[in-house]
Design a protein around this ligand. Structure first.
Ligand SMILES: [Zn+2]
Length: 431
């Protein structure tokens, strides 16, 4: 058995510890938490003390000298060794308080449970996790005792408190403990006897559509401190804050279109992260309702997701379909467009970082693919392209060539100067 130090028994190890430190049943039992199934630490401690008392009584009945040991253990262990002390040593015995918890562990657990329930009643959550702040006085003392014990059979006081307070919360409020993605973490401070809540963010998955132009994804504040664009997807999402009683939102999207591009079709996938949501038990239809009403930006929320969905969304880079209305400085024929369609089917494109974003992004060569192009003349100088390509391809540059920084480009192929007039995203991925 792993606890044994030089073949020591539980009994001998407990004796060694109790000769040095006064311990209550619960704190003594916790030192041997690894032993026994379905036993409380309190029962373990009581059993060990009772067993020691019986062995001491046996010694006495055999006429052996046990008085010195009883004198040492009586004040530290209390009942039932204290009864031997009273009979064989003196009726005057001061039982010392537990070195680790000062005999307050049970009361402390009760108080912390009350503080936790009070705090949890102010929020709407369905799962929780209990955490205990590190380095409390009790924890430090426990470490001293564990050093004397010298084995790994013990359970930490933090763990016992987490478990016991957790059980009480579950019993009183009926909300379930959850270790991976709890709605809230109840943080207990053993020194201050406080319970504070850390509400985990709420993640709502959905998509957004932009029916107008000059709408940014995030709020864009210019150098003058004013908003650069009147509308943003982010501000639209903020409308749900009241319903979930949250403090702030952050949006995570699968890429981003240019500010002047519309986002049509089935929209672009996004996840709205709401921080400090006091009401996460919210009916999603109410959230959807709050997000309607803007004729230019539409956000649709589908479901709640786990935090890992954000990574998944960020890493996915689905194909995109764009519509680009373009002006050409020379007339274009249908035959030229037919050839362009053929040339750009499954064509690899090399793009150096566009000049328009070089200030914000480093110079970098991107290799992306165009899968399919449809082109039709709206007028002899105006063409509508529909381009299906890799996510992350700069489609405006694919059209005008960015002075040769994107190659091949439509401008290069047609030998014309092309200007992008309008850009729409028609599709993101298969959604
Ligand atoms: Zn104790």
């Amino acid at each position: 058995m792993s606890y044994i130090k030089n073949d020591e028994t539980i009994f001998a190890a407990a004796l060694r510890v109790l000769r040095t430190f006064p311990l209550c049943d619960r704190c003594l039992g916790r030192l041997f938490a690894q032993y026994g199934v379905n036993l409380s630490n309190e029962l373990r401690g009581k059993a060990i003390k009772t067993y020691i008392a019986m062995l001491l009584a046996e010694k006495i009945s055999r006429g052996e000298n046990a008085v010195e040991l009883i004198m040492e253990l009586g004040p530290n262990a209390g009942y039932p060794i204290s009864e031997l002390y009273k009979r064989y040593v003196s009726s005057d015995l001061m039982i010392k308080k537990c070195y680790i918890c000062n005999n307050k562990l049970s009361t402390l657990i009760g108080e912390l449970a009350i503080r936790s329930v009070e705090a949890l009643m102010k929020v709407k959550v369905s799962t929780f996790l209990v955490g205990v702040k590190k380095d409390s006085t009790m924890e430090q003392r426990e470490k001293e005792v564990a050093t004397i014990l010298g084995t790994d059979s013990w359970e930490s006081i933090r763990r016992e408190i987490k478990r016991e307070v957790g059980k009480k919360i579950w019993a009183v409020l009926g909300i379930e403990p959850e270790f991976r993605n709890p709605d809230v973490i109840v943080v207990l401070d053993l020194d201050k006897v406080e319970a504070t809540l850390t509400l985990m963010p709420l993640y709502l998955k959905g998509k957004y559509l932009k029916f107008g132009r000059y709408i940014s994804q995030m709020v864009w504040i210019g150098k003058d401190g004013a908003k650069k664009y009147k509308l943003s997807v982010e501000e639209e999402c903020r409308k749900l804050l009241d319903i979930v009683s949250g403090i702030n939102i952050r949006i995570h999207a699968s890429g981003r279109e240019d500010v002047d591009a519309r986002m049509l079709g089935n929209g672009r996938p996004l996840i709205i992260e709401v921080s400090n949501p006091k009401n996460r038990d919210v009916d999603l239809s109410r959230v959807r309702e709050a997000l309607t009403g803007n004729p230019w930006v539409r956000v649709v929320v589908d479901k709640k997701v786990s935090p890992s969905a954000v990574t998944w969304l960020k890493e996915s880079n689905p194909h995109k379909v764009y519509r680009v209305v373009t002006y050409s400085d020379g007339k274009i024929s249908n035959i030229e467009l037919h050839n362009l369609r053929k040339f750009f089917t499954n064509r690899t494109i090399k793009q150096l970082t566009p000049r328009r974003v070089l200030g914000r992004k480093k110079e970098h060569l991107r290799i992306k693919k165009v899968y399919e192009v449809n082109a039709k003349l709206l007028h002899s100088n105006i063409i509508e392209f529909v381009v299906k390509c890799d996510g992350g391809l700069y489609v405006k540059e694919l059209v005008h060539g960015d002075d040769g920084r994107t190659s091949p480009s439509f401008a290069e192929f047609l030998q014309k100067n092309l200007t992008v007039l309008l850009l729409d995203v028609l599709k993101v991925g298969d959604g």
